[in-house]
Design a protein around this ligand. Structure first.
Ligand SMILES: C[S@@+](CC[C@H](N)C(=O)[O-])C[C@H]1O[C@@H](n2cnc3c(N)ncnc32)[C@H](O)[C@@H]1O
Length: 266
């Protein structure tokens, strides 16, 4: 454990340091296709974030950097930040191999506000991030401090309802975690793998995860000085359209799977 690091963070960092190279080699991340020019960004986030040309974009919790580099390919001046030294090493190597200009910084998101000299035009986070954050008000303050006034905040993540309950094949609802935040008591998860790799034979299988209600997330951002433009909710089979106006919710799934929030730093 690094000096000053709490136990939950140390456990999670060991997990992500082990997962990063497994993910780099995984089919899910398909780095070979990425190197040939594919993008890992979905139409949803591309449309909702908007034009990034020549904007300074900070991707917090960037993992192995594929989304970060994809933003660079759309014209942004990118910085990726993650607390996993392995993830940052892989991201830097990849940027070098494909010749994309990008900065990758190893930093815990909780200390990110002190990590950069200049504020950014865009702060971006996506897909699998808020469950790793214990203190959502502090996280929101950090995001606001990293943005210049008028800068764009954007997060796309797993919906807190989907983290708390899911339907079985038979259509019954099973609760597998809390919806509301439980202070100081993370959910302890043990899994030999991740959403991208299974039965990986991992040494570090434990993680510590946090729940946050949508209300807590929105309130934290508003209190931090982010003027929210929209909060969109998506079911698993929603098809966001090109103009990103959500969304036809008439699919089979009737529960939220993801949400996105875009806001402007006052
Ligand atoms: C699920 S991944 C994000 C996935 C990413 N959207 C992608 O598809 O590549 C979560 C990332 O958050 C990072 N992370 C978790 N806790 C963190 C913290 N306290 N500070 C910085 N990064 C953190 C992990 O190292 C990991 O790379």
């Amino acid at each position: 454990m690094l000096a000053g690091m709490d136990e939950h963070t140390a456990v999670n960092q060991r997990l992500w340091d082990e997962l990063a190279p497994l993910h780099e080699a995984s089919r899910y991340y398909d780095v070979a296709s990425f190197q040939k020019g594919s993008s890992t960004l979905g139409a949803l986030e591309v449309n909702e974030v908007g034009d990034v040309s020549d904007r300074r974009l900070l991707h917090l919790m960037c993992h192995i950097g594929l989304d970060t580099l994809s933003w660079a390919h759309r014209g942004a001046k990118v910085t990726g930040a993650d607390f996993s030294s392995e993830a940052i090493r892989i991201a830097r190597d990849l940027a070098g191999r494909i010749g994309t200009d990008a900065e990758f910084v190893r930093v815990d998101v909780r200390e990110a506000a002190e990590g950069f000299d200049e504020p950014f035009d865009i702060v971006f986070l996506s897909r699998g991030v808020l469950m790793w954050i214990e203190d959502i008000p502090a996280w929101a303050q950090t995001c606001a401090r990293l943005l210049r006034p008028g800068g764009v905040f954007y997060v796309l993540d797993i919906h807190p309802v989907a983290l708390a309950i899911s339907p079985t094949e038979g259509g019954q609802l099973v609760q597998h975690g809390p919806y509301f935040h439980v202070p100081q008591r993370p959910t302890v998860v043990r899994k030999d793998g991740s959403y991208a790799v299974s039965d990986a034979g991992m040494t570090n299988q434990e993680s510590r995860e946090w729940s946050h209600s949508l209300g807590d997330i929105v309130t934290a951002l508003v209190r931090a000085g982010i003027r929210i433009e929209f909060l969109h909710e998506f079911a698993a089979d929603d098809q966001p359209t090109d103009d990103s106006v959500p969304v036809d919710h008439s699919g089979r799934h009737q529960l939220p799977a993801h949400f996105s929030i875009r806001g402007i730093r006052d």
